[in-house]
Design a protein around this ligand. Sequence first.
Ligand code: HEM
Ligand code: HEM
Length: 181
Amino acid sequence: MSAPNRFSRSLVALHWGMAVLLLVVYLAMELRGFLPRGSAERSFAKALHVSAGLSLLLLLAVRVLVRLRAPVPPITPAPALWMRLSAAAGHLALYGFLLVMPLLGWLLLSAEGATIRFWGLVVPPLVAPSPALAHALEEWHEAGASLGYLLIGVHVLAALLHHYLRRDDTLPRMAPWMRPR
Ligand code: HEM
Ligand code: HEM
């Protein structure tokens, strides 16, 4: 049993595991640009991006189930209503991002008519090949990725402000190895 002022172990593991996986997803694509076109390393980076990205989708389903079953630990001292509402909106946006981005990627590869592999396993396409749709989806996927940087930036900043400025226990609830300030 975890203490009442901590998220459950499984939610903590999912939060940080998925954060690391997301870092891999972003890094694979951002670093791919530096690799020579047609190289094995470049294909590996893309395959890693796709497999890690689809893993996020799978883990999200587990995470939502765990989150709905476990109670959310209270923050001490209790934040004002506006803070609670903006946190809820921010978290919902992050969950939405983790759902929409892998789906856009999956749709994008489907529209390109590419073979989609999840750690070697072939995944079925979601739509029929269409160059025009693939082009639009690529733009949305790219815009979503930029929005993701913003959402995560605000999220991390909020966590740090809670910890160092407001000095409440928001962060140790999700990072149980940390001591409340
Ligand atoms: C949370 C999950 C994901 C994030 C944050 C993400 C982010 C990104 C980023 C930053 C890029 C580079 C965009 C650019 O500047 O060109 C990219 C490209 C791409 N992503 Fe994802 N992605 C995710 C999941 C997926 C998944 C699951 C797939 C496939 C099933 C996928 C397929 C692609 C493809 C094919 C490209 C390359 C588009 C091109 O050729 O330029 N992505 N993604
Ligand atoms: C250094 C990076 C990060 C820090 C310090 C951090 C910190 C936290 C903290 C303290 C909470 C609890 C907030 C609360 O109860 O009000 C939280 C929740 C959450 N975090 Fe992060 N986080 C980080 C990265 C990420 C990333 C990369 C994502 C995914 C895109 C993410 C998604 C979420 C979500 C969806 C919740 C809501 C949990 C819930 O109540 O269901 N976090 N995070």
